[in-house]
Design a protein around this ligand. Sequence first.
Ligand code: SAM
Length: 240
Amino acid sequence: MAIRKVTYGKWNEAWDGYQAFLEGLASRPGVKRVCDIGGGANPALSLGFIRDHDLDYVILDISAEELGKAPGDYRKVQADIASPDMDVEGGYDLVFSKMLAEHVKDARQFHENVFKLLAEGGIAFHFFPTLYAFPFLLNLLIPERLSTVMLHMFAPRDSYRFAKFPAYYRWCRGPTGRQIRRLEALGYEIEEYIGFFGHGYYEGIKPLDVLNKWITDILIKHPVPLWTSYAYTLLRRVTY
Ligand SMILES: C[S@@+](CC[C@H](N)C(=O)[O-])C[C@H]1O[C@@H](n2cnc3c(N)ncnc32)[C@H](O)[C@@H]1O
């Protein structure tokens, strides 16, 4: 397999840089058909951007309720991206997801289905939280009702637009050798894999936040792929 660029950054760079990174991908020459998986209530590209770049843009989501929250001008498809019987027409130049991968129980089927949705040479981009960051490990281990209460305490948000979904974190890891091998085994070429350290959950608790920032700085200098908190993966469907 060819190009494989593994780099690291801090958690706020993942969030602050997301829109520009995605829009850069959607602006690449030849990108016309774009699928936003799990876009649900919050499609990532605006109708203005879609119009200006003449994109054929579809939101694919398992939930009719979430799709119903997005403006009616978006084209929407209700489907389970992890279904072995997924029946959605392919040929996409760009398939991406933001905060979707951790909610999918069958990660292999998810990545296989994304592969099928891609045109030859098409790219998949996923942004997701990773284990073994402490807040996500806790979310995985404690009951859903307790994690919902804790989320409201540590990261309050509009629960209509940003509803909470059960998370399993399957294949949600930083750029470990195992993670790279299992994506390559599905036929993807890994163009870029960025692991991000640290998170913003302690911002209201000064001593923990200082500790979090200190550990983040150490990890940036001495990266441990299993201790990332978020990742970007940029994958390509290649033909040989
Ligand atoms: C945390 S929300 C993220 C929504 C949006 N991408 C964002 O960043 O605000 C996760 C979304 O994934 C959708 N979802 C969960 N499992 C899915 C599946 N198997 N197939 C398609 N969509 C799924 C949910 O319905 C929800 O809209």
